[in-house]
Design a protein around this ligand. Structure first.
Ligand code: FPP
Length: 250
C-alpha cells in the first residue's frame, strides 16, 4: 500500500467566519467545501491515507448549538458525498469514540463506512470525538487485560504491541498540516506523530484547498527524513567504535 499518509488539524473556521461578520457555523459550513476539495485532490498528489481532525473530545465544551451544527454537517456530508466517495474509490472510516455521536449522524456515518468499505484509492479517516490520550489509554487497558488473562507476558510487551493496539496497524502520518497559524497538537495522534514532519499553514481551513495541499506536499518532499539517524553522508559506525569514542572524550 504505497502513498503518503497526511493528517490535518482543520483550524480557523471560527476566525474565517468572524472576519466576514458571519456566525461561527458558517465557517464550519465553508470548511466542508475544503474537506471536499482536499479529498478530491489527495489521490492525484500521491496521498493514500488522509486523516482529518473533525471533532476533538474537548470540542464537547463548545456551546450545544455549535456542537449540534457540527454533527448536522457531518450527517449531511455523509449523505451528500456518499456517491462521489464510492465512485472515486474512497474508503471512509471514523476513528474516536462512537458512543456519544448523535444517533442520526452515527447512522449516516456508519452507512458510508459500510458502502465505501471496498475503496482502494484513498483511505479517508475522520477523527470524531477523538482524543489521542484516550486512544493511548484504551490501548493500554487492552494490553493490560491480555496480560491479566495470561495471553501476554509483561517482558514480551514492546512498543510494537502498543503501536498495533493504538493504530490498528495504520502507518503513521508522513506529514501533519495544521491551518490558521496555530502550532499545537491539541491531543491529536500523539503516539503516531513521533517522526511525522510538521507543516503550519497560515490560511484558515475554509481558505485551504488543492493548491495549499500541493504546496505543503512540495515542502515535505524537499525535507530530509532521518528518523533519528545521521544524514546520508555520515557513515554508520559499529557500537564498539562509539564506546571507544565516548571513552576518549571522557
Ligand atoms: C476548528 O475551527 C474546526 C473544527 C472544530 C471543526 C472542523 C469541522 C469541519 C471542517 C466541518 C465538518 C467536517 C466534516 C468532515 C463534515 P475553530 O472553530 O476552532 O476555529 P477558530 O479557532 O477560528 O475559532
Amino acid at each position: 500500500m504505497n502513498g503518503l499518509h497526511v493528517a490535518i488539524i482543520m483550524d480557523g473556521n471560527g476566525r474565517w467566519a468572524r472576519s466576514r461578520r458571519k456566525p461561527r457555523w458558517r465557517g464550519h459550513l465553508a470548511g466542508v467545501d475544503s474537506v471536499r476539495d482536499v479529498v478530491r485532490a489527495a489521490p492525484d498528489l500521491g496521498v493514500r491515507t488522509l486523516t482529518l481532525y473533525a471533532f476533538s473530545s474537548d470540542n464537547w465544551k463548545r456551546p450545544p448549538t455549535e456542537v449540534g451544527r457540527l454533527f448536522w454537517l457531518l450527517r449531511e456530508y455523509c449523505a451528500r458525498e456518499r456517491d462521489e466517495l464510492l465512485a472515486n474509490g474512497v474508503r471512509l472510516t471514523a476513528i474516536g469514540r462512537r458512543d456519544r455521536i448523535p444517533a442520526s449522524a452515527l447512522r449516516a456515518l456508519e452507512a458510508v463506512e459500510q458502502v465505501t468499505a471496498g475503496g482502494t484509492t484513498l483511505d479517508l479517516r475522520l477523527a470524531i470525538d477523538y482524543s489521542a490520550r484516550a486512544a493511548i489509554t484504551t490501548a493500554t487497558k487492552t494490553l493490560a487485560r491480555r496480560v491479566a488473562r495470561g495471553e501476554l507476558r509483561v517482558d514480551a510487551l514492546t512498543d510494537r504491541e502498543l503501536n498495533d493496539a493504538i493504530t490498528g496497524g495504520v502507518p503513521a502520518p508522513d506529514l501533519l498540516i495544521r491551518t490558521a497559524g496555530e502550532r499545537r497538537l491539541s491531543d491529536f495522534m500523539l503516539w503516531e506523530l513521533a517522526y511525522t514532519e510538521l507543516y503550519f499553514e497560515t490560511a484558515t481551513w475554509p481558505e485551504f484547498g488543492r493548491s495549499h495541499l500541493e504546496h505543503a506536499l512540495a515542502d515535505f518532499r524537499r525535507r530530509e527524513r532521518r528518523f533519528g539517524a545521521a544524514g546520508p553522508k555520515e557513515q554508520t559506525v559499529p557500537a564498539s567504535a562509539v564506546a571507544e569514542a565516548v571513552g576518549a572524550v571522557g
